[in-house]
Ligand binder design. Sequence first.
Ligand SMILES: N[C@@H](CCC(=O)N[C@@H](CS)C(=O)NCC(=O)O)C(=O)O
Length: 216
Amino acid sequence: MPVVEIVGPAPSTYTRVARMVCEEKQIPYELKQSPPHSPDVDAIHPFGKVPVMRHGDFELCESKAISTYLDLSFPGPKLIPTEPRHAALTEQWVSLVNTKMDGTLVRSYLLNYIFPKGSDGKPDRTAIDAVVPQVEKEIALLDRAVAKGGFLAGDSFTLADINLLPILFYVRQLPEAAAAFDGATHLGRYYATHATRPSFVRTIPPEGPPRRASPS
Ligand SMILES: N[C@@H](CCC(=O)N[C@@H](CS)C(=O)NCC(=O)O)C(=O)O
């Protein structure tokens, strides 16, 4: 069988999702660190986003589609369960994170720290202050979601957890989210437990988490 090629930079949360799927299922893969909108990526993703995937002559974009393909094509643990309710809950949490929480936690909050847009070269305080209440709400929501079983969906580790962990890796390092995490004991335990998984450890971006930025 040809080797799976995951295309996207290691720091990208969505690229890390595809890599963690490979790691969990022990699928041999190569990472090609082409950035978004590079010719490599544009050839496969209509909007130039990462990750994209090549497997022999098969090309695919979108992290959820890539994850589904890998889960169905390779042996190893089922990351999208087959039991209907467990499968649906997994889909539900992937969708909630991708359609809402990624926008809040990554695009509006984290990226303001990583790519500061303030006139003085510092993070834009107004933009961060505007999103913090929603960051706090979403961390509290996630805390409630994992309180019972320690997983986002049902009683086992699924793609829903894989899809969330790369986001938590970053945001828990930032001051306002770190404060919200302090009150989210279930989510803190959830993160501490799953951050020890080999699939998580082996995909930590070489740059590591962003430096703790001061709130002002
Ligand atoms: N829905 C896409 C989102 C992928 C995405 O937004 N990737 C980011 C990097 S983490 C990206 O390519 N950003 C560049 C851009 O949106 O132009 C997926 O699930 O793969």
